[in-house]
Design a protein around this ligand. Structure first.
Ligand SMILES: Nc1nc2c(c(=O)[nH]1)N[C@H]1C(S)=C(S)[C@@H](COP(=O)(O)OP(=O)(O)OC[C@H]3O[C@@H](n4cnc5c(=O)[nH]c(N)nc54)[C@H](O)[C@@H]3O)O[C@H]1N2
Ligand SMILES: Nc1nc2c(c(=O)[nH]1)N[C@H]1C(S)=C(S)[C@@H](COP(=O)(O)OP(=O)(O)OC[C@H]3O[C@@H](n4cnc5c(=O)[nH]c(N)nc54)[C@H](O)[C@@H]3O)O[C@H]1N2
Ligand code: SF4
Ligand SMILES: [Mo]
Length: 692
């Protein structure tokens, strides 16, 4: 295990808390009890390897931003107003009023009328998930978290059966890296560090599968510019070549997989020409890629989330994940695949989430359907009560949730009480009756696991909380007191909870992990490569998926990998497919407030193929209107030949206020759940374009 070197005076170790698979080990320069200076990646951590993204390197901009919330606020203006519509109040007043409103709502409609709503503004487990302890003790509505990983999870689990894979540090030993449906240059920069090593030391090749020429695709030897939502067709075309041209490892398949013979028969007619007709990648390029992949033992498949954000995204993920199980790349160092490592941590979250008080009879509401939920959709509420009180931490649904028109209409309801605990006056906070100021990760303690690597990390606060900012945990405890919620977790400090959790999970103590800065949970080579068996009971990789075990909407899903047609396909009326991919210097809607990020991203922009622009008579840089049945909005067009003529890319997530008509890109995205287990379908949107 690489050991940490002691840090120079005035430098403190920390962990990036943002919702990013890299979970970088950070070093923070402390200028005083209240100020930080530089932020850098820990060079001694062999995953972070001293590299972090530009937005977090400039963290002082965010930490000391004049827009940080300093005191609790009560809204005196109308919903959605600016700072002038809020008046400062004391913490006691704010908490008393919030508790009183939650109690009154529950008295009228029962506890399920209250919906504690959260996501991963911080990935620290205590500050992020502690809200569940309050929820579970109070019997408030549960949250089915679908906004990010649900589709990708189901697809990966269908094949491999366990959410782990080849250690990312092995990328440096690969001869071929395939980044499929992710854009690490923007979203997870450290992957590029390890790819660069493989390129430099072994001449490794990089292949990227993405609908547009992203920063990652620019660095690729081969870019497969796929039509959005058609990755299964592409994967099937590749599989056809692997079987037809002798790249299938039959011994490996016999020992480690289920359904190989059926798969081989199934792909016999899925020629690259067939695949091209659906996914738009030329058949010759599909053959070239398949031969390169099939001919390389050390082939590392890095599967992103992006290509799963479609109604058929789970089946696309399953299809792509079949490749190393056909060639047996799993056997080799630097070979195999990684989607996420979450399963290696096995932390006991009973105390953090109050799982000892979980009642599964309490209704569960779909996070991504907050728009329909708040506007009273019976598909979500059934015979249950309306949601009349929201307590929100760590998320900004007024920007990030689909079907924004409904989200906005819901938040504007007069009978809805909203409390938002935030670092900034986000567009969600502007809808709140009570706003509470939150600490940043530099001002509180927490514990972090990672999707992209194998380190568990803990971090202690580096500076004192800004003004009256308080941690999420503190707010949970204070609300618990006022609501009469009893649980030992509400009487413990963050650090005590971290320590209990680590010990209960068989780890060293919190202090020990902190002294070592990180703790590597990497399993053995055999385990990581599933050479001791895959995660299913039979120990096999499943080419024929048991979708019924993964989600309720499984009946539409054939068990063998299939290009499902249940996505929002282009039509004559809506001839374009919109991809609302992440912007490099925003992180979801976080960092939209920092000057460095604003300067780089400029303004909401639609990247459109020059031929498509010419056909529509729209000039490069002109205003263009994008729309579908949910509404329309205006952005500026940018002629870009790194995208197919039928695909439009708007990097996101800009605040609503950045758009001419005051509503952002998720106006156009759908809250339909993906198959089979739900999940938001952010890149699965057919639209029309017009000159504006
Ligand atoms: N800078 C920055 N970093 C981020 C984020 C951010 O917003 N900005 N968000 C963070 C979060 S919450 C997450 S979950 C991760 C996500 O990180 P990623 O795994 O990279 O996933 P996405 O961001 O959803 O999308 C990435 C890519 O998927 C592509 N894509 C969309 N549809 C398809 C398709 O049908 N097929 C294929 N092959 N590709 C497709 C998009 O064009 C985009 O380039 O990133 C995290 N890091
Ligand atoms: N169009 C489009 N929409 C998308 C996506 C996309 O690719 N395209 N990606 C989707 C994905 S993958 C995700 S994960 C979601 C993410 O959506 P969100 O989870 O809403 O992410 P952010 O917009 O970053 O908002 C997080 C908020 O948490 C706050 N915060 C940070 N730390 C703390 C803390 O310690 N305490 C409190 N109380 N608050 C804190 C931040 O200030 C910030 O306002 O967005 C989804 N929406
Ligand atoms: S790459 Fe991701 S984890 Fe690393 S500093 Fe940037 S946002 Fe944080
Ligand atoms: Mo996400």
């Amino acid at each position: 295990m690489p050991d940490s070197s002691p840090l120079a005076k005035d430098w403190h170790s920390s962990v990036c808390p943002h919702d990013c698979p890299s979970v970088c080990a950070l070093e923070i320069e402390k200028l005083s009890e209240s100020r930080i200076g530089k932020v850098r990646g820990a060079a001694a951590n062999d995953y972070t390897a001293g590299v972090i993204c530009a937005k977090v390197a400039r963290y002082a901009e965010r930490q000391h931003h004049p827009g940080r919330l300093s005191v609790p606020l009560r809204r005196i203006g109308s919903k959605g107003c600016g700072p002038e519509g809020f008046a400062p109040i004391s913490w006691d007043e704010a908490l008393d009023e919030t508790a009183a409103k939650l109690k009154a709502a529950a008295a009228k409609f029962g506890p399920e009328t209250v919906w504690p709503y959260f996501y991963a503004g911080t990935m620290g487990l205590v500050q992020r998930d502690g809200i569940d302890r309050l929820r579970n003790v109070m019997g408030y509505s549960r949250q089915y978290s679908t906004i990010c990983i649900t589709l990708a999870d189901a697809g990966w689990l269908a094949g491999a059966g366990a959410k782990r894979g080849t250690d990312a540090r092995e990328i440096a030993k690969s001869d071929l890296i395939v980044v499929w449906g992710g854009n690490p240059v923007s979203t997870q920069v450290n992957v590029m560090t390890h790819i660069a090593r493989a390129k430099k030391t072994r001449g490794a090749k990089l292949v990227v599968v993405d609908p547009y020429r992203t920063g990652t695709a620019q660095q690729a030897d081969l870019h497969l510019m796929v039509k959005p939502g058609t990755d299964a067709a592409l994967a099937l075309g590749v599989m056809h070549v692997l079987f037809a041209e002798g790249f299938a490892d039959r011994d490996y398949m016999a020992q480690y997989t289920r359904g190989a013979a059926a798969l081989e028969a199934h792909v016999a007619d899925k020629t690259p020409e067939w695949a091209e007709s659906i996914c738009g990648v030329p058949a010759a390029t599909i053959r070239e890629f398949a031969r390169l992949y099939g001919g390389t033992k050390r082939a590392y498949l890095r599967l992103g989330y992006g290509f799963a954000r479609h109604r058929n995204g789970s089946s696309s993920m399953h299809a792509a994940s079949c490749l190393p199980a056909i060639t047996g790349a799993w056997r080799h160092e630097g070979g195999g695949a990684l989607y996420a490592q979450s399963a290696i941590y096995a932390l006991d979250k009973t105390l953090i989430q109050g799982l000892d008080r979980l009642d599964t009879r309490v209704r569960e509401l779909d996070q991504s359907r907050i728009g329909p939920v708040l506007t009273g959709d019976k598909r979500d509420l059934g015979d249950g009560p309306p949601v009349t009180a929201l307590f929100i931490q760590n998320t900004n649904p007024m920007n990030v949730a689909p079907e924004l028109a409904k989200v906005r209409a819901g938040f504007l309801r007069d009978d809805l009480f909203v409390c938002v605990h935030e670092q900034f006056l986000t567009e969600t906070a502007r809808m709140a009756d009570i706003v509470l100021p939150a600490t940043t990760f530099l001002e509180h303690d927490d514990i972090y696991q990672a999707g992209g690597h194998t380190y568990l990390q803990v971090a202690r606060k580096v500076v004192e909380p800004y003004a009256q900012a308080k941690s999420n945990h503190w707010v949970h405890c204070e609300l618990a007191k006022r609501l009469g919620a009893e649980h030992r977790g509400f009487a413990m400090t963050e650090w005590d909870i971290v320590d209990w959790t680590l010990k209960a999970s068989g780890y060293p103590s919190a202090d020990e992990v902190h002294a070592g800065r990180w703790h590597d949970r990497a399993p053995s080579f055999e385990k990581a490569h599933f050479l001791e068996g895959f995660g299913h009971e039979d120990g096999k990789f499943h080419f024929d998926a048991d979708w019924a075990k993964l989600g309720p909407a499984w009946e539409a899903m054939p068990s063998l990998p299939t290009q499902m047609t249940n996505y929002d396909a282009a039509t004559d009326d809506k001839p374009f497919r919109l991809v609302a991919a992440p912007a490099r210097t925003f992180l979801n809607s976080t960092f939209t407030e920092t000057p460095g990020s604003q300067e780089r991203e400029q303004r909401p922009t639609a990247m459109i193929h020059p031929a498509a622009l010419a056909k529509l008579g729209i000039a490069d840089g002109a205003r263009v209107r994008l729309g579908n049945e949910k509404g329309s909005l205006v952005v500026h067009a940018k002629a870009f030949d790194g995208v197919l003529p039928g695909t439009v890319v708007v990097e996101s997530i800009w605040p609503n206020a950045a758009f001419e008509e005051g509503i952002g890109i998720n106006l156009l995205t759908s809250a339909d759940p993906g198959f089979p287990a739900g999940g938001a379908v952010f890149h699965d949107t057919a639209i029309w374009l017009k000159p504006a």
